[in-house]
Structures are given as C-alpha cells and as structure tokens.
Design a protein around this ligand. Structure first.
Ligand SMILES: [Zn+2]
Length: 261
C-alpha cells in the first residue's frame, strides 16, 4: 500500500469513527465547537441513540410560525446506521428552532415537509459523493436537507465538516444542504444562510463568520444587519423563480404574493 493510500485509509477510518460516535450529540452541540464551519473539539463518545420512527420526527418539528409572512418547507433525507437514523427527532427539532430564530428578521419560518430515510454512504467524502446523494431525488418546492453520518472537507479528507450547501457539479441550479450527524445546533441555520445567498463573512456578530472568537457570546450571534438585505433579496428571487414555495400564500394566489393586513 502506498503512503497516500495509507493516509487515505486512516482518514476514512477517522471519519467512520466520527460517524459511529456522533449520534451522541442528540439535542445538543458537540463539546464547545469554536467556529461555525468546523468542529475543533474531539467528538465525544456516547452510546448510539435509539431508533426513532418518521412519525416522531414529524411530531418534533412545529409548523411555521403563523406570524411570519414567508413559510418554507424542508424535506429531510436521513442517512441510517443499522436501520436507525444517525440523529434523533430532538436533534432535528433544535436545528429547526435555531434556524427559525435566525430567519425572523427576514420574516421567514421553516417547517418539515417530510422526513424519510435514504441509502447513503457513512462518509460523504468528495464531490462525487456530494453530487450522488441527491441522485434520483427530484427538486420540489421545498429545501432538501440530507443528514449523513460524516462529511469530509474536500481539501482535507481527514477533516470533518459540520455541514455544507452544495450545488450539483453538472446541474448547478440543483442545490441542497448536507448536515453531518455531529453538526452542532446552529449548522442548519448557517447552511440556509448560504442557501439564501450569503457567503462567509467577518462580522463578529454573524453566524456566517467561521473564525473562532469569544465575543460576542454565542447567544447573541445572528445574521449581521449588513447581511439582512442580501437574505431578503435572495428570498424574493427564490420565490419568484419558484425554487421554493411560500406556503403562507394560498395555492390559488400568485406565488410569492404576501397577504396584506
Ligand atoms: Zn459555510
């Protein structure tokens, strides 16, 4: 075996180990991750969570907040290990809860369209694997989010990522989010920030800033004021091109027409 093959094998085993132990973080974050993009602390080893039925996932996620003018649906595609999803309904619910808090400034709320299991490799470790995960899953009017065992950095296969917003290589209009099972509770909101047009930023307050920092405290972080107009403009474009449907609007009305008081 060549040196690079050995390195690759070690990297893969590390990721598999991460996937195997990750379900650990059900409902909470891994030990003190310092940035929004990459876990920096070792992944804790805890017993795998019990299997949950799809109905339990559906029951855990509330419908869109009725006070928000824009309601989008999310299709969750769950990778499994020994037949059980890597994550629990509580884990997923905390991702929705945080995303809904973060998107309040642009009057957006997210609800679950469906949660189903998929056949996916334990480790999503390259462009091909990222592209392939959505194979055969046609775009609808909802956001597609895949939750997998482990997700590797494209530039450094041994480095686990919390999540990614991904465009298919040969069909860039088709995009979706992949979350790893060890993602912390803020990852879905961060990746949806990308979905709604934001790059990474350097605003200290922003959940799009990946630089580890102590200030401001995590509880105060959100989208920066400067990022809100970009989110709003992208939201309007997404509705106009019907990539997502605003479920607050009755089906008979033109897409994107927000009801007035
Ligand atoms: Zn990012």
């Amino acid at each position: 075996m060549t040196y690079s093959a050995v390195t690759k094998l070690i990297a893969r085993n590390l990721l598999l180990l991460a996937a195997a132990t990750a379900s650990a973080t059900a409902g909470g974050a891994p030990a003190a991750p310092a940035s929004d993009g990459r876990p920096t602390a070792p992944i804790p080893t805890e017993p795998p969570m019990p299997a949950a039925t799809m109905a339990e996932f559906a029951a855990a996620i509330p419908a869109c907040d009725v006070t928000r003018a824009h309601c989008y649906r999310v299709r969750i595609h769950l990778g499994t290990q020994d037949g059980a999803p890597y994550v629990s309904p509580a884990w997923l619910a905390s991702q929705f809860e945080f995303a809904n808090q973060m998107f309040a400034p642009i009057d957006v709320s997210f609800e679950l369209h469906s949660a189903t299991t998929i056949d996916a490799p334990a480790v999503i470790d390259g462009r091909k694997a990222r592209d392939a995960i959505a194979k055969g899953i046609k775009a609808t009017d909802a956001v597609d989010i895949f939750v997998v065992g482990a997700l590797a950095d494209l530039d450094d296969a041994a480095f686990p990522l919390f999540g990614v917003h991904w465009r298919r290589t040969k069909q860039t209009s088709r995009r979706f989010v992949i979350l790893s099972s060890y993602a912390w509770g803020r990852t879905m909101a961060h990746e949806l920030g990308h979905f709604f047009g934001l790059p990474h930023s350097t605003y200290a307050i922003s959940i799009m800033n990946k630089t580890p920092r102590l200030e401001p405290p995590l509880a105060q972080r959100r989208f920066a004021d400067e990022e809100v107009p970009i989110l709003t403009a992208t939201r309007n474009k997404i509705e106009k091109r019907r990539e997502l449907r605003n479920y607050r609007v009755p089906a008979a009305m033109p897409n994107g027409a927000v009801p007035r008081q």
